[in-house]
Design a protein around this ligand. Sequence first.
Ligand code: PLP
Length: 454
Amino acid sequence: MMEPYKIKAVEPIPTTTRRKRERLIREAGYNVFNLAAEHVTVDLLTDSGTSAMSDRQWSRLMVGDESFAGSRSFFRLQKTVREIFGYRHLIPVHQARAAEHLLFTALVKPGDVVPSNMFFDTTRANVEHRGGRTVDLVIQEAYDPRCDYPFKGNIDLKRLHRLLDTESPERLPLAVLTITNNNGGGQPVSLANITEASKLLTAKGIPLYFDACRFAENAFFIKERERDQAQSSIAEIVAKIFACGQGCLVSAKKDGLANMGGFLATQNEKLAERVKEMLLLIEGFPTFGGLAGRDMEVMAVGFREVIDERYLSFRIGQVRELGEKLLAAGIPVLLPFGGHAVYVDAKAFLPHVPAEQFPASALSAALYVEAGVRAAEVGSLSGSHRDPESGQTVNPAMELLRLSVPRRVYTSAHLDVAVEALKKIYRRREKLRGLKVVHKGEILGHFTARLEVL
Ligand SMILES: Cc1ncc(COP(=O)(O)O)c(C=O)c1O
């Protein structure tokens, strides 16, 4: 397996001593989000906004049209979005959560119900911020880290059917399919499942929107795993996916191969007009949203580069190789490996640390101390919620440590640093202790939370 690109610019990687890292993680409240990047050696915290741009993307920076109104760069991006995603109306934003805010503000009223396969943190928070209720309907297999079902991002069609039968359509303003399902392990949704879900929703007049941050990776899995799609090109599969919905919100920081940017796209003209008014209020003029012209140029190139099959084959292969090395070392990992990340099963790794003591956060801190590798907690720190009826804290089904692989940034040798470190920690895993929260904010509090070792 060979990188399908040459490396043209390099950036030095910081190194630190173990002693220093022990101090730094303590000062960071055992939350790797609080660390300065200059103290991180291999940064697998996120694949968001961390891609390396291509020479073609860098060259477009000079071409960006920075006109306030009617920028050429907007029309170039609009053409790209229409060709690849098939949606007519484009609303550029600085990143996807602004698109979430705009879409849900326009559609969701207090008391509404919004079903999904599984919401990502910010999409969920934006629905709830509007007083809406989010319902995750991902298939049961998604909650079993050892089950290697090929489309663990699928929505459970029976449960969707039941929800559509029990809730009044006025209470259901839209449904969201997250492709790939980040919080469920970067798992894809099959085209067959998307098609069926779309039929059920259309029959009730409920629009389907995609949270399509990793649409190209999802399309690659469809080509690889869904037999009747093996002969289709990635572009054809992408077109088939989006033809099932009425619009999408996209973070260009993932499959846009850009460091910043995103958009909302829709077929619904009235909605687009309403959203553009709000865009003026919070982001900017409709032909730039929250972006510079050059950012839109970079996105337009990125969306074309990402649907290249050679690129995707290497990308998915590199993540898979990381997962296979961990699996071969006996480290419990979520199967199958995700598109953008490998998720270590922290519950199985640290069975003596209960969810209330944040095993994935404890593992994340240990990984940083061991080798300066940063990875993200996807477990009870970020995913627990209070049950509105009982008032009890409900922890998520899985405790995961997500090793996200930035696009076109690291080689196998870099990823091996994480593998070797996790092997060492696994050998002395009984010694690891849980954590307790000493500070956590109300909204998306895990990003800035501070913890202490128990
Ligand atoms: C599935 C999913 N949806 C939405 C978002 C939010 O995107 P952004 O960071 O551009 O606001 C993310 C970011 O990680 C994501 O993974």
